[in-house]
Design a protein around this ligand. Structure first.
Ligand SMILES: [Zn+2]
Length: 51
């Protein structure tokens, strides 16, 4: 069974093509939680704003 990768921020899940495009609408317990490019970019912008 392939591992599920989910963004811990927006909860998007990676599809077969490696893109964060699936929206399960909830946190998947068994998934590996990371951060998608969109949220990463948003966080980076927030950090830069705070600095
Ligand atoms: Zn995200």
């Amino acid at each position: 069974m392939p591992e599920i990768r989910q963004c811990a921020w927006c909860l998007l899940v990676v599809d077969g093509a490696g893109r964060y495009s699936l929206q399960p609408g909830r946190k998947i317990k068994s998934a590996t939680h990371g951060i998608c490019p969109n949220c990463k970019e948003q966080m980076r912008a927030e950090i830069e704003q705070a600095a």
